[in-house]
Design a protein around this ligand. Structure first.
Ligand code: PMV
Length: 318
């Protein structure tokens, strides 16, 4: 058996986080500048079927059998073997690494799952279809926070820009002209399970208010799809700012994230908002080339730890 390697990109949500959990549309794009990688290597000296999982970035080096049921890496391996119908594969070592910031709202968990499932299924000689990979990654997402919408695993599996509605097939996203976002890391973790839980409690306490906020966010995502198709950057920027205002009302922004969006806008970004679960993680700023350098400087001056560029160029979702 040969060594197999698979990777999967990070992602950002352009519009619609949180509301997407409640059935509203959202837009997400892959970020290929960062990747999770899984490598499976046969372990001929090991007892048959022994699986070792090694991920030095999170201090993990253990036999699969010793890992708890809710360990997401172990869960991805186990779910892949179940889906493949190979409960006792030849012994192997799995090495997992990632350049996607952990807990940064960039889909690191989903990307790790997708890379593992692909590397393991290739290793046993039965590569799984994207749909199955996506389904398994979705099951693992449930370990990270109980009620994921499925947007992270979907955009990461297909590595395409997506217009996503929970439970529906992925829709094609048309992009009229190239667009450039700066992704600024606040340096704070994005506690997605916490923010998703807080929004749920808020919704339970005051369903009317929250459902209005969710529909307003959904409307922005629909308008953003039109603006992307028309190549209307000024409109997209306006929609991002409106989305950020609604995320503030959902109480998932923070002083740090607000300071970053304010700095980006003051330096000439067309729009800026948090991306992902919020409170920490990343802020994204839509920039025109002439302003890109000064927005980058402003974000760094406002405390951004790193900045990643991402460009949305052409439609590829079928
Ligand atoms: O994993 P994150 O931090 O990108 O957040 C996911 C986006 C949410 O809408 C907040 C949750 C979800 O499952 O869609």
């Amino acid at each position: 058996m040969a060594v197999t390697v698979a990777s999967a990109p990070g992602k950002i949500i352009l519009f619609g986080e949180h509301a997407v959990v409640y059935g509203q549309p959202a837009i997400a794009v892959p970020v290929t500048a960062v990747q999770a990688k899984a490598r499976v290597q046969p372990d001929i000296s090991a007892p048959s079927s022994r699986i070792l999982v090694w991920a030095e970035q999170i201090g993990l080096d253990a036999a699969l059998d010793e890992l708890p049921i809710d360990n997401p890496l172990a869960a991805a391996v186990r779910a892949a073997l179940v889906a493949l119908g190979v409960p006792r594969p030849p012994a192997f070592r799995l090495h997992v690494s990632s350049t996607i910031p952990l807990a940064g709202g960039m889909g690191s968990g989903a990307a790790v799952s997708v890379a593992i499932v692909r590397a393991v299924s290739d290793f046993v000689g039965r590569p799984l279809a994207d749909e199955q990979v996506n389904q398994i990654a979705f099951e693992v997402e449930k370990l990270h926070h109980g009620t994921p919408s499925g947007i992270d695993n979907t955009v990461v599996t297909y590595a395409q820009p997506v217009y996503f509605v929970k439970g529906r097939p992925v829709e094609r996203l048309e992009v009229r002209r190239p667009l450039h976002w700066l992704i600024a890391d606040s340096g704070l973790p994005a506690p997605t399970a916490e923010t998703v839980g807080d929004v749920r409690r808020g919704w339970q306490a005051d369903p009317g208010r929250y459902e209005t906020l969710f529909s307003e966010i959904g409307l922005l995502a629909r308008q953003a799809r039109e603006a992307l198709a028309a190549g209307d950057m000024a409109e997209l920027g306006r929609l991002m700012n409106a989305n950020q205002a609604l995320l503030q009302q959902l109480d998932v922004s923070s002083a740090t994230l607000d300071a970053l969006t304010t700095a980006a806008l003051a330096a000439g970004a067309a729009g800026a908002k948090l991306s992902g679960g919020g409170r920490g993680g990343n802020v994204i700023a839509l920039v025109d080339e002439p302003q890109a350098a000064q927005v980058r400087e402003a974000l760094l001056a406002a405390g951004a730890k790193t900045i990643i560029d991402t460009r949305l160029t052409r439609p590829r979702v079928e």
